[in-house]
Every structure is written in structure tokens, then in C-alpha cells.
Design a protein around this ligand. Structure first.
Ligand code: SAM
Ligand code: DTB
Ligand code: SF4
Length: 374
């Protein structure tokens, strides 16, 4: 209560509080501003504290708050921990498309389903770097390369080419991210040495629901790759998908697993299922946009320092719904008219959205190669 009153007082910009009908003013009135600043910063410190002991009940209670209250709380955290009014722009490129041996039921690239996605070989390094240059030109600060692999083949020429891509992307002054499936220790180390900024490996859903979605690799496999990546000093990008028939408890359980990782992920993609014809999930009902807003807000509060990325599914969201997600704490998007195989809003419409909302692209994190920008 006192904190709320101090917040209102601090917002007036006055130094002294004079209304002595308010109990605390009698004692602290002359020092009100100093008190407000000291108490508020204590509160801010508390809000930005990273916790790795989230329970499902706590997270569910947060997730289910009245949306206005949830948004308010998420905003409070966001303002303390994240750069103001900035959105990270990440470009995505499928460097190896289709014919994946895994059976992820949401995925148009699985060889188990007839989705019309044509299998392609690994792209040439030069072509990938050209795409990275174009992404940078358009305003992206991170370039994320995806391969439809269960895992990179050990000692393969393809993996060496991916390392070259990572080095090339970093030399352009971009952050480099990759998502190549499961990694072993050696591959993780090589990616680190090539300068990889972040590795994307999603949990996708709760441990309980996971078996309904994928059978060809386990939840534990995923957690092991994530922990290898973190141990090698590469930032972890890990999140999931909503709209696959899971319950709210599954969504919340996934957020709890992510938040209780040590360290917490550096970025958290929140994907809404893109239901693709031919996949077993083709007929799923589209996700209500307010459910995405709740996920973004809950993720923001539970993982205060993470970039929360509003990911797949944006093509079906209104500008207003996207803005609500930004207000809820999302501060990263995939930027460019294609995700891996499906569509995404084009550069112009995203830049117009940011401009109309007074938001600006987030700069890349400083890194060893960022001076080498073209
Ligand atoms: N093959 C690698 C793997 O699965 O680890 C990397 C690429 S995979 C396409 C990366 C992530 O994209 C998946 O984990 C999933 O979360 C997301 N994804 C794939 N298809 C999707 C879809 N139809 N809708 C939403 N998200 C999707
Ligand atoms: C993530 O969480 N979402 C991106 C990225 N990581 C690799 C992929 C979305 C893919 C959507 C379906 C497609 O375009 O194939
Ligand atoms: Fe393969 Fe990744 Fe798609 Fe699963 S999500 S089928 S592992 S490309």
C-alpha cells in the first residue's frame, strides 16, 4: 500500500508531501521524495530478481490474473529490466529445408508428413551470408539459421560449413543464432569457438504433453542439449508453441521448466502454432490472441531478463494484438517475410508497426566482431 502511494507521489515530481491526513506523510512528509526513491528502487530490485524456484501453482495464479492486472505487473518488471521502447529484430533463414527424420507433429519439415515442403540441401555459405547482409540492411540485429536436422552429423562437411556461416555472420556485426537439433559436447564447443551468440532449442510444451507431440526424441534429450549450450557459454534461446491442443497447465508447466533453468534462457520464443496442411495438427483451432498476450506477460514476469520473442503466428495477428504482446513484455520478433517455410509479416509492415507505436529496433549486443560491421 505504502509503495503504491509512494509511486503516485513520485510521479508528481514534488519533493515534499504535505497532506497530513495521510498517516505516513505526518512522519515522512519532508523526506517524501528520498523515501520514494529508496523504497521504489528496493521494489524494483525485488521485481528484477531472477528466481529459479517457481512452482506451477504460483505460475498458474499469475497467468490467470485479470488481464489488466497481469499486463500491469508485466509492465512493471519490463520497465525495470529491459531497454525501453525497443524491439529486437531477428531474421530467420532455413539453411537446410525439409526431409527431417523427426516426427514433430506441428512441423511442415518432417519427412513423416505430406506437406508440400520440398527437401533442399544445405545452402552455400556465400548465399547464406548474402541473406545475412540483406537482413542487416533491413534492420535486423540477429541472424538465426535453422536446419531440419535431428542433429548435425558428426565430423561432417555440412557442420564445418555451418561453422563458416556462423563466423561470417559474426563478421558482419550481427548476432548469430542457430537451431540445428541436438548437439554433443564437441559440436557445442565448435559453435562457441566460431562465435555463436545463441542457440535455439525449444521445449515446445510441458513434459507431460510432450509425448503427444513428438516421439522421436525425449524431453530429457532437449534439456541435455540446452544444458550443454549453457555450459559452453552460448546464450540459450528456448521456448515453445501454444495451440497444439495442450491445456493451460501445460503452458504454465513449460514456463516453469524454462524459468527454473540455471541460468534462465537469454531469449524465450513464444510461438503460436502455424497449422500446416498435411501435418497431424493441421486442424487445430487458431490460438486466441489474448492467450498469446498472457503467455508473453507470464514469461516476462517469470524471466525478467530474457528477451521474450513473439514468434511464429504473427502473420495472423492484428497490429493491436501485437502491440498488446509488446505491452505485456514481448520485445523481440522474427523479422522478414518468411519464418522457415511459412509466412511472416514483411519488413515494411513491421517497420510501420514499430514506427506508428514509437518503438525502435534494439541494437545488437556488443561482441568481438561487432566492430567489423560492413
Ligand atoms: N530441427 C531443429 C529442431 O527441431 O531442434 C531446429 C528447427 S525447428 C523448426 C525449431 C522450432 O520451430 C521448433 O522447435 C518449434 O518450436 C518451432 N516450429 C516448427 N514448426 C512450427 C509451427 N508449425 N508452428 C509454430 N512453431 C513451429
Ligand atoms: C522458434 O521458436 N520459432 C522459429 C525458430 N525458433 C526457428 C521457427 C518457426 C517455424 C514456423 C514454421 C515454419 O516456418 O516452418
Ligand atoms: Fe525436424 Fe526440427 Fe521440424 Fe522436428 S521441428 S521435424 S526436428 S525440423
Amino acid at each position: 500500500m505504502l509503495i503504491a502511494e509512494l509511486s503516485s507521489f513520485a510521479a508528481t515530481g514534488a519533493t515534499e508531501a504535505r497532506d497530513e491526513s495521510i498517516p505516513w506523510v505526518k512522519v515522512y512528509g519532508p523526506y517524501a521524495r528520498t523515501l520514494a526513491l529508496s523504497r521504489l528502487s528496493a521494489k524494483h530490485v525485488q521485481m528484477s530478481a531472477v528466481r529459479n524456484d517457481w512452482t506451477r501453482a504460483e505460475a498458474r495464479a499469475l497467468h490467470d490474473l485479470p488481464l489488466t492486472e497481469l499486463l500491469y505487473r508485466a509492465q512493471e518488471v519490463h520497465r525495470v529490466t529491459q531497454p525501453r521502447d525497443a524491439v529486437q529484430l531477428c531474421s530467420l533463414l532455413s539453411i537446410k529445408t525439409g526431409a527431417c527424420p523427426e516426427d514433430c507433429t506441428y512441423c511442415p519439415q518432417s519427412s513423416k508428413y505430406e506437406t508440400g515442403v520440398e527437401a533442399e540441401r544445405l545452402m552455400d555459405v556465400r548465399d547464406v551470408l548474402q541473406k545475412a547482409r540483406e537482413a542487416k540492411q533491413a534492420g535486423a540485429s540477429r541472424f538465426c539459421m535453422g536446419a531440419a536436422w535431428r542433429s548435425p552429423k558428426k565430423g561432417s562437411r555440412q557442420f564445418q560449413q555451418v561453422l563458416e556461416m556462423v563466423r561470417g555472420v559474426r563478421a558482419l556485426g550481427l548476432e548469430a543464432c542457430a537451431t540445428l537439433g541436438m548437439l554433443d559436447d564437441e559440436q557445442t564447443q565448435e559453435l562457441k569457438e566460431a562465435g555463436l551468440t545463441a542457440y535455439n532449442h525449444n521445449l515446445d510444451t510441458s513434459e507431460e504433453y510432450y509425448g503427444e507431440i513428438i516421439t522421436t526424441r525425449t524431453y530429457r534429450d532437449r534439456l541435455e542439449t540446452i544444458s550443454r549450450v549453457a555450459a559452453a557459454g552460448i546464450s540459450v534461446c528456448a521456448g515453445g508453441i501454444i495451440g497444439m491442443g495442450e491445456g493451460i497447465d501445460d503452458r504454465v508447466a513449460m514456463l516453469v521448466t524454462l524459468a527454473n533453468l540455471t541460468p534462465q534462457p537469454e531469449s524465450v520464443p513464444v510461438n503460436a502454432l502455424v497449422a500446416v496442411q498435411g501435418t497431424p495438427l493441421a486442424d487445430q483451432r487458431p490460438v486466441d490472441s489474448l492467450e498469446l498476450v498472457r503467455m508473453c506477460a507470464t514469461a516476462r514476469i517469470m524471466m525478467p531478463n530474457a528477451r521474450v520473442r513473439l514468434s511464429a503466428g504473427r502473420a495472423s495477428l492484428s497490429r493491436e494484438a501485437q502491440l498488446l504482446c509488446f505491452m505485456a513484455g514481448a520485445n523481440s520478433i522474427f523479422f522478414g517475410d518468411k519464418l522457415l517455410t511459412t509466412g511472416n509479416p514483411d519488413h515494411d509492415s513491421d517497420l510501420a508497426l514499430l514506427r506508428d507505436a514509437g518503438l525502435s529496433p534494439l541494437d545488437p549486443a556488443p561482441g568481438p566482431a561487432s566492430d567489423a560491421a560492413e
